[in-house]
Design a protein around this ligand. Structure first.
Ligand code: ZN
Length: 308
C-alpha cells in the first residue's frame, strides 16, 4: 500500500451487508484461502529476523518478503523464471536489501539449470515508492532491464495496447504470463497472471489489507475490476497474491497504519472469490475519503484525490 500523505484513518464505517444482496459474499466469507506456503512469513514478532524471507512456489517461482523491521510496508515481491528470461515484480521499499536476495536466487537457479546467464526484467505492480525503491540497485546490473514507472512506459514495454483495456502476453520462454492493466489505486498498476501455477499477482489493488483508492480514480478502479472479473471467468485462479498483508486473522480487523509488527497475520493468499467480492463492494458510492468499507479479508478505503 502507499499513502502519499500520512493521514490517519478515522475509523472504518461498517459496510452494510444489505448493499451486497445478490452477491456471492456469504460464500466468499466461508471459503478458506488456499494455503500455498510451507512456512509462516516473517512478521516482526520474533526478535531478530532476516531482511528478506524467500518461499518457493515451484523450482521457477519465488516469493520474497521484505522484513517489517526494515520498513513498515513489509512488501511481497515475486520472481518468476522462464527459459529465456526472469521477471521480478517490484523492487521493495526503502530500507530493503532486495538485490542481494535476487542475485542469490538467480545464481542458484542458473546452477540448478546448468546455465551461465539469464536476462532479468524488473517491472512493478505499480509505481508507489514502497514497490520501486529498490530499482536503483538494479540499474547497473548486467543483462537487466528496469521498466519505467509511467503508464505509457508500462503499456509500451508489455505491449498493452490500448492501455488499459488490452491484455498482453509476456513470454518468459515456455511460460506465457498475462499482463492486465489495472489503474485505480495507482495509474500504472498492473496484475500478472501465471497459468502454470494459476496465481494472480494483484499488487495493491487486491490484497489482505487496506485497498486505497483515490476518490478521483474510483471510476478507473471499478473499470479495472470489471475487466479482471471477466478475465477471471475465463482463466482458472487458485489464489490471488498481493503485495502486503495488513489484516489480522480476525475477520475485518487490520493492523494500525505503520504497525511495527504483525502478530497473527492473515495469510498472503486470497481466494479467487475475493475478485467478485471486491467488485460487488465497489458498487457502493465510496466517495467519503477515509471511510472504509470493511470486509472480512480486506478493507476498501477511499482516500483524497491524488494526481495519479
Ligand atoms: Zn504498497
Amino acid at each position: 500500500m502507499s499513502r502519499l500523505k500520512p493521514s490517519i484513518r478515522l475509523g472504518a464505517a461498517i459496510f452494510l451487508a444489505g448493499c451486497l444482496v445478490g452477491t456471492p459474499l456469504a460464500g466468499a466469507q466461508a471459503e478458506a484461502p488456499p494455503a500455498l506456503f510451507a512456512e509462516r512469513w516473517i512478521d516482526g514478532t520474533n526478535g531478530a529476523e532476516p531482511a528478506t524471507q524467500v518461499q518457493a512456489l515451484d523450482a521457477d517461482t519465488f516469493v520474497i518478503r521484505q522484513s517489517v523491521k526494515t520498513n513498515f510496508e513489509a512488501p511481497f515481491l515475486y520472481l518468476m523464471f522462464g527459459r529465456d528470461k526472469v521477471l521480478l515484480i517490484d523492487s521493495g521499499a526503502d530500507g530493503g536489501q532486495i538485490r542481494p536476495t535476487v542475485d542469490r536466487l538467480i545464481a542458484e537457479w542458473l546452477a540448478a539449470n546448468k546455465r551461465t546467464s539469464i536476462p532479468l526484467v524488473v517491472a512493478h505492480s505499480h509505481s508507489h515508492g514502497d514497490h520501486v525503491a529498490g530499482d536503483a540497485a538494479f540499474r547497473d546490473r548486467a543483462d537487466t532491464t528496469v521498466v519505467g514507472l509511467k503508464p505509457a512506459d508500462v503499456a509500451a514495454f508489455f505491449g498493452i495496447s490500448p492501455w488499459p483495456d488490452a491484455i498482453a502476453q509476456f513470454d518468459l520462454g515456455g511460460r506465457k504470463l498475462s499482463i492486465l492493466g489495472t489503474p485505480g489505486h495507482q495509474a500504472a498498476a498492473i496484475m500478472v497472471y501465471d497459468p502454470r501455477l494459476k496465481i494472480l499477482l494483484s499488487g495493491d489493488t487486491l490484497y489482505p489489507g487496506r485497498l486505497y483508492i483515490p476518490v478521483n480514480f474510483l471510476g478507473d478502479n471499478r473499470a479495472s475490476i470489471d475487466r479482471l472479473a471477466v478475465f477471471a471467468r475465463n482463466h482458472p485462479i487458485r489464489a490471488v497474491l498481493g503485495a502486503h498483508i495488513e489484516m489480522t486473522r480476525t475477520p475485518g480487523e487490520d493492523y494500525p497504519h505503520e504497525a511495527a509488527a504483525h502478530p497473527d497475520e492473515h495469510p498472503l493468499e486470497l481466494p479467487p472469490s475475493s475478485i467478485a467480492e471486491l467488485r460487488a463492494g465497489l458498487r457502493a458510492k465510496l466517495d467519503v475519503p477515509d471511510q472504509g468499507q470493511v470486509h472480512d479479508r480486506f478493507i476498501i478505503m477511499p482516500v483524497s484525490a491524488r494526481a495519479e
